[in-house]
Design a protein around this ligand. Sequence first.
Ligand SMILES: O=C(O)CCC(=O)C(=O)O
Ligand SMILES: [Fe+2]
Length: 238
Amino acid sequence: MLREATAIAAAAGGLVHADARATRSLVCKDAFWRLPVTVCRITQFLGEQVSGALLERAIAVAHGTLSPSTIDDNQVVPDFRRSRSDGHFAAPEVLAAINEVRPVVEHTLGVSCQDAEFSYSLNVHNDGDFYKAHQDAGRTSFASRRLLTFVYYLHRTPRPFTGGALRMFDVFLPLHTETSYSWEDRTWQDWEPEHDSIVFFRPTAWHEVRPVSCPSKQPADSRFAINGWLCTPDSTNQ
Ligand SMILES: O=C(O)CCC(=O)C(=O)O
Ligand SMILES: [Fe+2]
């Protein structure tokens, strides 16, 4: 369960159940707590010239060999994630700009990334590609080192694809612990993958990439994202 969710459950649940002991709870059994997840989004992040040059580099890479994107322990699971990636793409200008805004982003999201290290790749979505709902933090030892997620978007203008929104799911919790619920009951907010914009969020947040429709199917017309994390240093390397 999400860390935020647990905290909210403790606060909300505590209130409701304390009340319920004294009198009968007035809060309906089917009441749900829905809390939008904080996303820090910056548009026109690097400016026309720098983002344009970066896009040209990304397009050149997309014309070459990219690997199928993986999940967790480097598995390719095309029903869950369909896109292609380059783990060696260098984007020092993005990292330097992120470092400039880091203090305010960390403050806004309530995380501390002192001594954290960057880990990132270039991810390319073309026609029919998607990434189903997931958290970035979690199951593998590497994923559990992630403190902050960032995604920087690039595409040609006018945008040569439709879809591909970043869908951020609200924290979603029944106020009564015994209430059952299903994934379909969740609500969300969609964020456009606008050229030269960047988003930051906590790796515990549930999110997905909506399916992309790119009629030309040309590599240059893809949805490009430089996607990565600030991670706690790997203690096994020291
Ligand atoms: O491209 C995006 O908008 C998000 C990608 C993502 O969630 C990931 O690579 O973990
Ligand atoms: Fe993700």
